[in-house]
Design a protein around this ligand. Structure first.
Ligand SMILES: [Zn+2]
Length: 299
């Protein structure tokens, strides 16, 4: 069996890139929010009525909290670890919340992947997974039809790659955005419940691992999904209609996926949770059932 490999090394690098953003976020909370907690707490104690929803004029404690959290978001989104991944040059980086497209997206929209350069932007990660996947496809073709077949991709992958980049852009933005929103909610509840300053600080620090876990999950899941989608795309374009489900068969693999081992599925009829590699963090892969030589479309 010719194994269709998982882009393990690219995945670890993407994990590392996204975890840097999570680390920056934690750093900024520690620098900008923690020192202000006792002031916020004192202000809250000075008033009898609990804060109401939407009551955020900037002299209230909740207004100050909101301003600090906004400043934290700004610092994270201006930091090198964030900008490198999002892929926009610092100079033109004014409207951070806008619909910015990764800088080098245009460079990878051609028919064949470029050079798989080792950059750290979303677009460059997409490019690297694409190059990796193409290599798997060529290897599989060689194993099936011999060495003389030249595989050329027939259609552009632009749409597929761009969709992935767009989704990753919004997932990465959501790491700081969602964390800060949740933090604001839990601080507000804690203050209204009369929590003391030390408990409040501990509460904030107990959330420090959340963005890190989220970054890791996003990175692992997204690299696997992109690889799986490229595999499906390439196999279908080559005329492959069916595949055999293959898993890694370790403790982490889902029971239902182990049960599918070696069974044949049609690309047009996915199982309820998707093709191999599409369910969250799934590391399964599709072994192509090649058509006979006359029906395969390699170039
Ligand atoms: Zn699986």
């Amino acid at each position: 069996m010719n194994k269709w490999r998982h882009p393990r090394a690219i995945e670890s690098e993407y994990v590392r890139s996204l975890r840097k953003i999570a680390r920056e976020l934690r750093h900024q909370v520690n620098e900008q929010l923690i020192p202000e907690i006792s002031r916020i707490h004192d202000m809250a104690k000075g008033r009898d009525d609990a804060v109401e929803e939407g009551d955020q004029d900037d002299t209230s404690w909740s207004g100050i909290l909101a301003a600090i959290l906004l400043a934290i978001l700004g610092s994270v989104k201006r930091s090198p670890s964030y900008i490198v991944v999002i892929g926009i040059p610092a100079a033109s980086n004014e409207a951070m919340g806008g619909n910015t497209t990764p800088k080098s997206v245009e460079s990878i929209l051609g028919n064949t992947p470029s050079n798989g350069r080792a950059g750290d932007s979303i677009a460059e990660y997409a490019d690297r997974v694409n190059v990796f996947n193409l290599r798997q496809m060529k290897r599989a073709i060689k194993a099936e039809y011999g060495n003389d077949e030249e595989y050329a991709q027939r259609e552009s992958l632009a749409g597929l790659l761009k969709a992935w980049e767009r989704e990753n852009l919004s997932l990465i933005r959501s790491i700081p955005d969602d964390y800060v929103t949740r933090l604001q909610g839990s601080i507000t509840r804690a203050v209204n419940q009369g929590m003391d300053v030390r408990e409040l600080r501990d509460l904030i620090k107990s959330t420090y691992d959340q963005p890190d876990h989220r970054a890791q999950l996003i990175a692992e899941d997204q690299i696997g999904k992109l690889n799986a989608n490229l595999t499906r795309y390439r196999q279908q374009k080559a005329g492959v209609r069916e595949y055999k489900w293959r898993g890694v068969l370790d403790n982490r693999e889902r029971y239902v996926h182990k049960e599918r081992e070696g069974r044949t599925f049609k690309w047009k009829e996915p199982p309820y949770d998707g093709h191999p590699g599409q369910p969250i963090r799934c590391r399964c892969w599709a072994e192509p059932v090649w058509p006979d030589r006359d029906n395969v479309k390699l170039n």
